[in-house]
Design a protein around this ligand. Structure first.
Ligand code: FAD
Ligand code: 2HG
Ligand code: ZN
Length: 510
């Protein structure tokens, strides 16, 4: 018998805490903002859209703190000026001035990034896109949505719901992250298995280039084979090539029927055959296949994410898998999912111990909240070192276990240092989230983790970033996933777009 539970969906948001930046700062020579600059900015923007500790604005520095601190409270900048432009024209004029004056500019969306890319390294100005939050157009026939880059992902989903469409991406940070930030980081998330990456669903972009020029490529065409596809360069460029101000994106028809189930597995070894079987039986209706190891599940429950499964359902479980189906016919889809569950439970050597199937939209959300809430739970438990790696699915557990053993051998796995080493993530995409949860960010732990983790990833011919990007955190590790020729080309592209190096300096490129 399958048991049933209630569920609740929680959108994540930041919880400010104080920490230090443990990286050595990258070297770049740019000018600081002075009072004449602020005077000039206040001719472009209303004073209410500028926060600056300098005259004539003179804001309290504490008001700039949220823009200088990342979601994890791991990275801290020292910007004295934050601007919140409302139009592309305003962005263009600010950037033009910064280009002429050689002032660094950090594009910032919802500031939910997990690699330190959205906050300044030193005293660059922050351009927060939060006031550019209008929907420009939506065509319910083609499903193409054009929106300002500062629209919050969840607001776009809410706008689309009555029009029977959904965004092609979804992530735990949906309540805060911006569509522009999603594009800039090429965010993956929970729907990538079904709808693919933003490299496919983004149809066009409007971008302010580092000299202030507005590049209008806000196409609403599905097909356009006219030479180099420039927009692709900005997808995943993490604000280093320009500021995305508008996004044209292909949304998907809302599925008529969605179901989910959390399966408890006695052994990690069963994940791979389970994935194969789920794909075979569910075929076109399988829309997510997410992995949660036992410690990650326990942390989610401990910190109130979703609602705990019954004791009996989790007993003896080494890990969990959340399977979602989305399709067009409730009866057909439920019959398929029930068929899968029955065959799994009735097998001679069952791959699962039990399954918890949602029975209502509320329960559906409650199950998702366990998986989506792990990041929030981890941040409540301690300070997290986060590695979002692409490796072969069969090696997920090995990587988590090897890392834990390595930390033990280095003497940092004990009370007062590393508390947990956990693994979870997007099995369907081969993307493991390896989180090391510690009491504090310390050099000793960082030295024990790096380059160890990156070398482990290289051993599996994986990627050091499956979805969160390089930001400030991984510039020194880029070479594990990109060869010298690729990095050289990246540098040349960067200097073509941004010869003075003002756009998000110190990020992505080593
Ligand atoms: P920010 O954090 O503000 O910025 C991120 C980077 O993009 C920075 O380099 C910044 O300079 C640049 N940038 C932002 N806006 C623009 C712009 N308009 N133009 C140019 N550059 C810009 N990521 C995933 O991929 N998958 C997940 O499932 C996922 N889940 C998450 C869950 C939680 C709880 C949290 C906190 C984060 C999660 N993330 C995930 C990471 C993060 O949310 C995503 O990377 C998100 O896309 C960042 O959007 P943002 O608006 O917050 O960008
Ligand atoms: C997720 O898949 C996000 O939940 C966040 O990408 C992962 O916090 C993390 O490490
Ligand atoms: Zn993820």
């Amino acid at each position: 018998m399958l048991s049933r539970h209630l569920a609740r969906r929680i959108a994540s948001r930041s919880t400010p805490r104080v920490v230090r930046l443990s990286h050595s700062l990258p070297d770049f020579q740019l000018n600081s903002v002075n009072e004449q600059d602020v005077e000039h900015f206040s001719k472009i923007l209303p004073k209410t859209s500028i926060l600056s500790t300098l005259a004539p604005i003179s804001t309290e520095s504490s008001e700039l703190e949220p823009y200088n601190t990342d979601w994890m409270n791991k990275y801290h900048g020292k910007s004295n000026t934050v601007m919140r432009p409302r139009t592309t024209q305003e962005v263009s004029e600010i950037v033009k001035w910064c280009h002429e004056r050689r002032i660094g500019v950090v594009p910032q969306g919802g500031n939910t990034g997990l690699v330190g890319g959205g906050v300044p390294v030193r005293d660059e100005v922050v351009l927060n896109l939060g006031s550019m939050n209008k929907i420009r157009s939506f065509d319910p026939v083609s499903g193409i949505l054009v929106a300002d880059a500062g629209c919050i992902l969840e607001s776009l989903s809410e706008y689309l719901a009555p029009q029977n469409h959904i965004m092609p991406l979804d992530l735990g940070a949906k309540g805060s992250c911006h569509i522009g930030g999603n594009v800039a980081t090429n965010a993956g998330g929970l729907r990538l298995l079904r709808y693919g990456s933003l490299h496919g669903s983004v149809l066009g972009l409007e971008v302010v280039l580092p000299d202030g020029t507005i590049l209008d490529q806000l196409s609403v065409l599905r097909k356009d084979n006219t030479g180099y596809d420039l927009k692709q360069l900005f997808i995943g460029s993490e604000g280093t090539l320009g500021i995305i101000t508008g996004v044209s994106i292909l949304t998907a028809p809302a599925p008529n029927s969605s179901n989910n189930v959390i399966l408890a597995l006695p052994s990690f070894d069963n994940v791979k055959p389970l994935f194969k079987e789920a794909k075979r039986q569910l075929s076109e209706i399988m829309s997510a296949f997410e992995f949660i190891d036992r410690t990650a599940y326990d942390l989610a429950v401990k910190h109130g994410q979703g609602r705990a499964l019954n004791e009996g359902d989790v007993e003896g479980a080494e890990c969990f898998v959340l399977v979602e189906t989305s399709g067009g016919n409730r009866e057909h889809d439920e019959a398929k999912l029930n068929g899968l569950l029955e065959s799994l439970l009735e097998a001679d050597q069952p791959l699962i111990n039990t399954g918890v199937l949602s029975q209502s939209p509320a329960q559906f959300s409650q199950l998702w909240a366990i998986r989506e809430g792990i990041t929030e739970a981890v941040s409540k438990e301690g300070k997290a070192y986060k590695y979002d790696i692409s490796i072969p699915l069969g090696s997920f557990k090995e990587v988590v276990d090897t890392t834990r053993e390595h930390l033990r051998s280095k003497g940092v796995l004990h009370d007062g240092a590393v508390k947990h080493v956990i693994g979870y993530g997007h099995v369907g995409d081969g993307n493991l989230h390896l989180n090391i949860v510690a009491e504090a960010y310390t050099q000793e732990i960082e030295d024990a983790l790096e380059p160890f983790v990156y070398e482990l990833v290289a051993k599996y011919k994986g990627s050091v970033s499956a979805e969160h990007g390089i930001g400030l955190m991984k510039t020194h590790a880029l070479h594990y996933s990109k060869n010298a020729t690729s990095i050289d080309l990246m540098r040349r592209i960067k200097s073509l777009f941004d010869p003075h190096g003002i756009m998000n300096p110190g990020k992505v490129l080593p």
